[in-house]
Design a protein around this ligand. Structure first.
Ligand SMILES: *[C@@H]1O[C@H](CO)[C@@H](O)[C@H](O)[C@H]1NC(C)=O
Ligand SMILES: *[C@@H]1O[C@H](CO)[C@@H](O)[C@H](O)[C@H]1NC(C)=O
Ligand SMILES: *[C@@H]1O[C@H](CO)[C@@H](O)[C@H](O)[C@H]1NC(C)=O
Ligand SMILES: *[C@@H]1O[C@H](CO)[C@@H](O)[C@H](O)[C@H]1NC(C)=O
Ligand SMILES: *[C@@H]1O[C@H](CO)[C@@H](O)[C@H](O)[C@H]1NC(C)=O
Length: 536
């Protein structure tokens, strides 16, 4: 898992502008001025065009929906598209909801590595700066940086975060908290409910990760201290909910922001395992969020800023589990369709969809021998999988009865839909191993039969696809640094990130404790999870 570490001078040389964002903003402004010049010329050209563009430019109210597909590289999009074509018997030229809005690509490196993690990746979007891997809303010098979400809030927009991971996980945290290391999730939760120098910044929070909000002496808690953040959130006016029923009953007509909804102690279930009676889908959560944010801003000339993350696309790729990965992506596609429709119906709304990085080094078709190959990959074995390898590996760890070998065969037949397993597979799985070893082995049984290859259990450095829909998004065409996404949002919503950075860094001892590296501690939950499912 060793990344190439670079010293600061080398970083500055390679990045061309040093770790801070100054030049990116300037560069983007050059793009902006160029775009403005083009628009000015175009205005001179046709009267019809002028009236259309003015109607858009003057609609005043602007919303931004930033969709993040964590750990989703271009091969994963091809995977999802071809899988969908296979199961739905679609034409060869079928275009997915993402394909329709492809505008370019995003370069993902962080300030200290050619391969980013999700923390530095999300901070590039939120603060528009390159920072070090594991940094949450802080710059390479560990100084808090103002985020687009905080700046949007300051200027009177409503704000929201919708995720399928723990809400304290790196991506949502990088918009709503400032800590020196992603594993400080107890501190992240404290800041997310509004206990920070800026006060409450997020009006709507929906996802998993309740364990970091429960006092350490209670069942299911993973906090380091005795604080009851659910109780504290209610004092800070949040309406708290944690069940599907409560979620369904929420209506803007009777309920008001701020809302805090945490369905599970840890991450929400993978889509392939999700029980719809217990947990809503990413699309359903996003639909509810849009309804509330629209309603909360209906009497305002200011819109909203919403982050929606398909958080676990990445985690399934870390263990190289193809069926779980593709179901996460298809759930993300469904959410993209919903948000696209929202953009079409609400001029002034812009959506961007981007990944922080690729995960897994997926290749579609794995040629094993050097003989003349059959150029093929087989979607069929993937259609037979009923459960994530994560759930199946949990079952294997807990089953210790005498008939364990028969139980393992049952898991392979019912869970993976595989009949042609070998004695070797059964005896390998019958040994005492860690859950993650089982998980990776089971996932490989499907990848092998589908002829999919994976190059890594970690992230890779390749550029990821950039998608966008709505006015002004032409600026995003082409190849961009990930920090340009943050700059685009700041420009579009007319934000001032430096103002928030200054506010965050005005003398405040309480706050500086959690951004000081000497105070760094690792929360308990991180140990249970290990690097693969959590290093996303
Ligand atoms: C400093 O931070 C604390 C804790 O979040 C907060 O209660 C207080 O109002 C802040 N003080 C200033 C001067 O910003
Ligand atoms: C809970 O946290 C407090 C510090 O706030 C600590 O003193 C105590 O030992 C912890 N209790 C448990 C059960 O971890
Ligand atoms: C696998 O999924 C099926 C169908 O949803 C379910 O009935 C079964 O209980 C799951 N298996 C495990 C081990 O969770
Ligand atoms: C595997 O571990 C379990 C529990 O730790 C133990 O009961 C069992 O005897 C072990 N089996 C083997 C084959 O070592
Ligand atoms: C995947 O499974 C195949 C078939 O059992 C095996 O040959 C191969 O070594 C496995 N790959 C990994 C990475 O475990």
């Amino acid at each position: 898992m060793a990344n190439i570490r670079l010293d600061p001078e080398e970083t500055e040389r390679l990045l061309g502008f040093g770790p801070e964002r100054k030049k990116t903003r300037r560069e983007l402004c050059v793009v902006c001025s160029a775009a403005v010049a083009v628009i000015t010329v175009a205005i001179g050209l046709t009267a019809v065009w002028v009236s259309v563009s003015l109607a858009y430019a003057d609609s005043g109210k602007r919303n931004v929906i930033l969709m993040i597909s964590d750990g989703f590289g271009p091969a994963s999009e091809t995977f999802a598209r071809t899988y969908k074509q296979y199961i739905n018997k679609l034409e060869y030229n079928y275009v997915s909801p993402l394909d329709k809005i492809l505008v370019g690509s995003s370069r993902t490196r962080s300030s200290d590595s050619l391969v980013t993690d999700s923390a530095a990746g999300a901070t590039a979007f939120s603060c528009a700066i390159k920072t070090y891997n594991s940094a949450i809303g802080v710059n390479p010098k560990k100084v808090p940086c103002g985020t687009v979400l905080e700046s949007a809030k300051h200027f009177g927009l409503a704000t929201g975060l919708v995720v399928t991971s723990r809400i304290t996980d790196a991506t949502p945290a990088s918009f709503s908290a400032h800590v020196v290391h992603r594993e400080m999730e107890s501190d992240i939760a404290v800041q997310q409910i509004g206990d920070n120098p800026l006060g409450r910044q997020v009006d709507l929070i929906i996802g998993g990760g309740r364990c970091f909000f429960l006092p350490n002496h209670t069942e299911g808690s993973c906090r380091i201290d005795e604080r009851d953040l659910i109780k504290e959130s209610k004092k800070r006016e949040f309406k708290f909910f944690s069940t599907r029923q409560e979620f369904d009953d929420l209506e803007p007509a009777k309920d008001k922001l701020p809302l805090l909804g945490l369905f599970t102690l840890d991450h929400m279930s993978y889509e392939i395992d999700r029980d719809p009676i217990q947990e809503p889908s990413l699309k359903e959560m996003s639909e509810k969020a849009l309804k509330f944010l629209e309603s909360a801003t209906s009497n305002s000339d200011k819109g909203f800023f919403l982050v929606i993350e398909g958080s676990r696309i990445d985690m399934a790729a870390h263990v190289n589990d193809p069926a779980t990965h593709v179901h996460e992506i298809l759930a993300y596609h469904d959410t993209i369709s919903l948000v696209k429709k929202y953009v079409d119906e609400h001029p002034g709304t812009v959506m961007i969809s981007v990944s922080d990085h690729e995960t897994g080094g997926l290749s579609l078709a794995r040629q094993v021998s050097s003989e003349y190959p059959d150029y093929l990959w087989y979607p069929e074995p993937i259609t037979r999988v009923k459960n994530s390898s994560y759930i199946l590996s949990q079952a294997l760890v807990s089953y210790q009865n005498k008939d364990r070998k028969e139980y393992i065969k049952g898991i392979i037949r019912d869970g993976l839909g595989i009949e042609d397993f070998e004695d070797y597979d059964i005896s390998w799985l019958n040994e005492n191993r860690t859950q993650m070893e089982y998980e990776i082995f089971l996932a490989n049984m499907t990848s092998f039969r589908a002829q999919l290859g994976w190059a890594t259990h970690g992230h890779s450095a390749i550029d990821v696809n950039l998608y966008a829909h709505g006015q002004n998004t032409d600026i995003l065409r082409g190849n961009h640094e990930n920090t340009d996404i943050g700059d685009f949002i700041a420009e579009y919503l007319n934000l001032d990130l430096d103002f928030i950075t200054n506010k965050l860094n005005s003398n405040n001892d309480t706050f500086h404790q959690v951004t000081d590296s000497t105070h760094f501690h690792v929360d308990r939950l991180s140990h249970h999870h290990g690097f693969i499912s959590d290093d996303n």
